[in-house]
Design a protein around this ligand. Sequence first.
Ligand SMILES: *Cc1c(COP(=O)(O)O)cnc(C)c1O
Length: 354
Amino acid sequence: MDIRITLSQNKKEKYTDESTLGFGKIFTDHMFEVSYNTEKGWHDAQIVPYHRLSLDPASSVLHYAQEIFEGLKAYRTDNDEILLFRAKDNCARLNRSAQRLCMPEIDIDFNFNAIKTLVDIERDWVPRSDGSSLYIRPTMIANDEALGVKAASNYLYYIICSPSGAYYKDGLKPINIKVEDKYVRAVRGGTGEAKTGGNYAASIKAGEEAAKQGFSQVLWLDGEEMKYVEEVGAMNMMFVIDNKIVTPKLNGSILPGITRDSVLTIARDMGITVEERRVAVEELIDAGRSGRLTEAFGTGTAAVISPVGMLAYKDEQIIINNRKIGELSMTLYNTLTGIQRGRIKDKFGWITVV
Ligand SMILES: *Cc1c(COP(=O)(O)O)cnc(C)c1O
């Protein structure tokens, strides 16, 4: 399927100060879109000026949340090349989310080419300062104009891009996390493994309550026993215990992060022992009390690595590494961001030049 391209005749004014970009607030001049129905399959692929969508008030996504998305980044190198990081893995994960939500899959090579073509057109929008990037948000929505509860017959898939500033303006800052002991994010057999908006809708209340108590994220426990650690908001979690990286094993209710996989791959390559297994919150508290928990950090596309300085569980607070970023967290952050920015050789085959 060819992509029809209509360039904007009315370009937006570009940002002038990268330090004010923030995250996901402004969008580029164009977007990709393609439609699906059960008779024609995917059809009418095009890149067009960024525009509002027109949806019927009965549109199925607005009622029953049949929606999936992805998040990835394009980076500018010191030589002004534009690089995509593991974009095909995002395309593959979108299809796994699609299966879980009964939505149509998209050919991985076609989707990858759509992302690459759009980013190429928007290359002037990719910021250059350290830590900045062009955030790419592929999204699929169900769009039947009827209220029956069933898998829809009509879908829209689109990709938008947002120049984003450095996540950490003043260097990596350890965050305070609350182990959530009242609400759960996902349950066995649910949609925890899929990147779908509904998971986020279900998580907002816990996040709001934690924010009121001064925490920036909640650490979710398993939905069955509330005993084992799963992940935080939009990040997977890793702990350094006895110099080993310990991380919850993918169990069906944890989102399989591409940053998680990248960090584990780099760590193993550095000769660090990695344990993917069930991690009980009690084990973390014990390791914290005895000083064996030396580092903790979240991994995700937005922040790459987000060090944790304090973990609160019920009435206990565990301070990690005196609330300073750990040595291993820093090394992993520098290595991964170095590969993403083209400053460190990519021996894993993760980079595509646009
Ligand atoms: C996207 C996401 C992550 C991180 O995945 P990356 O591919 O590393 O960005 C982790 N948890 C949840 C719930 C997510 O939605």
